[in-house]
Write a protein that binds this ligand. Sequence first.
Ligand SMILES: [Zn+2]
Length: 90
Amino acid sequence: MTERAARKVPIRTCVGCEQERPRSEFLRVVRTPEGQVVVDRSGRTPGRGAYLCPSRSCFAQAVKKKRLARTLRAPVPDEVMRQVEEWLDG
Ligand SMILES: [Zn+2]
């Protein structure tokens, strides 16, 4: 990757392994301004975001340490957890 590209890419931290990566490599889970927690496939949903590597071990760590809920400052519905798992399978 060139320096120019690297500077343009927003860097985020995984809620599982805490490694930094370009935002585009993560799955984003968002708490919307209405307080709803959703899986953000477009990367454009407004709200507070939590980022997760496409990795089962990161998901497991995030679940174990309750990092998703902590980062989002909201409980994460089972349906959202299921969607994240589906995304990891796909
Ligand atoms: Zn990770």
